[in-house]
Write a protein that binds this ligand. Structure first.
Ligand code: NAP
Ligand code: ZN
Length: 350
């Protein structure tokens, strides 16, 4: 075992603070990674504050599942990676590899999936610790290759915010000429806008923040609707092929179901802690569908990274020092980030 520097929350109400954690020595199948950047997902905040009923947080909690770094050591059975390679690790670090979900390349639904943090650590016991740290050891099956042409800080958010928006757009067959709505312009939402635009869709961004209008257009939205404007909302009634809802807090999804065309689909990727209320009629009329989506499998995550390499897509980031994480959490709660905080792990050494 070796020690890594990290930031952890001691309880749901305590700020994140510096700590030291244990990492395993690489086994035959493992890759040891020096973490260079880690994105700050709203899930990190939900989890560190124990906001999700049914998915309790084990403390101390080291969040972080948008990791990019450099390989510093490899196990004897590792052939795909070598010392010095730039790699990424997202929300999962292991799965059983034998169940139907794993066979389908959908490791995120494996009943024995190990999440990057707040999962049972099958090597060391206790709980897994995430990327708010300067080093991690990961089974090679869950290590991703980073396209060489992309700025590293902007790559980190791709392995959660990126795949979480890319996967449902692909699964539901979004193509050129379709009308696609994205609800919320945060970390996930801004990637949803970029991907839907890159796929050739006509993209409408719904926001509660009128100040984000110009940015949304620059990021690829063809139209921007401030959701409090009832007239603007009603002008889009019955017109969307697909809507991606990325909102992190309670909100009225019926207002968006109403905007779908016949057989249109609204996919929820946001994970508010409180239940959403769904009315029957906005589903019944138009035979609308309401669905959900959880990150994406490993093969699809690599496909998404390669797509980003070809299309020069990365996240728009505000690079912060690890010491600024608690302020970053507060700003996330105010929807005040352009459009993903990414921690520069060099700051952990100072
Ligand atoms: P984020 O950066 O904080 O963005 C959330 C956005 O939602 C905000 O920027 C804001 O956009 C909008 N919003 C916030 N509060 C709102 C409210 N009360 N009413 C309406 N809109 C509101 O968060 P994120 O990192 O993108 O994550 C979004 C959600 O997805 C979180 O719940 C997270 O846990 C979840 N998530 C799910 C998956 C998955 O696999 N399904 C993966 C990652 C994250 P505007 O200012 O434009 O309104
Ligand atoms: Zn995330």
């Amino acid at each position: 075992m070796f020690k890594a520097r990290a930031y952890s929350a001691a309880s749901a109400s305590s700020p994140l603070a510096p700590t030291t954690i244990e990492r395993r020595e690489p086994t035959d199948q493992d890759v040891r990674i020096e973490i260079l950047y880690c994105g700050v997902c709203h899930s990190d905040l939900h989890q560190a504050r124990d906001e999700w009923r049914g998915f309790p947080t084990v403390f101390p909690c080291v969040p972080g599942h948008e990791i990019v770094g450099r390989v510093t050591a490899t196990g004897s059975a590792v052939s795909r990676f070598k010392h010095g390679d730039l790699v990424a690790v997202g929300c999962m670090v292991d799965s059983d590899g034998t169940c139907p979900e794993c066979a389908a390349g959908l490791e995120q639904f494996c009943p024995n999936v190990t999440l990057t943090y707040n999962s049972r650590d099958r090597h060391l016991g206790g709980v897994t610790f995430g990327g708010y740290s300067d080093g991690i050891v990961v089974d090679q099956r869950f290590v991703l290759r980073v396209p060489s042409n992309l700025p590293l800080a902007g790559v980190a958010p791709l392995v959660c915010a990126g795949i979480t928006t890319y996967s449902p757009l692909r699964h539901w067959g979004v193509t050129r000429g379709q009308k696609v709505g994205v609800v919320g312009l945060g970390g996930l939402g801004h990637m949803g806008v970029k991907f839907a635009h890159a796929l050739g869709a006509h993209v409408v961004l719904f926001t509660t923040s009128a100040r984000k209008r110009e940015d949304a257009r620059r990021l690829g939205a063809d139209e921007v609707v401030v959701s409090s404007d009832a007239d603007a909302m009603s002008r889009h009634a019955g017109s969307f092929d697909f809507i991606l809802d990325t909102v992190s807090a309670s909100h009225d999804i019926n207002a968006y179901l109403h905007l779908l065309r016949r057989d249109g689909n609204l996919t929820l990727v946001g994970a508010p802690s409180e239940p959403l209320s769904v009315q029957a009629f906005p589903l019944l009329f138009g035979r609308h569908r309401l669905s959900g989506s959880l990150i994406g499998g490993i093969a699809e995550t690599q496909e998404m990274l390669d797509f980003c390499g070809r299309h020069a897509i990365t996240a728009d980031v505000e690079v912060i020092r690890m010491q600024e994480i608690n302020t970053a959490f507060e700003r996330l709660l105010k929807a005040d980030v352009k459009y993903r905080f990414v921690i520069d792990m060099a700051s952990l050494k100072s």
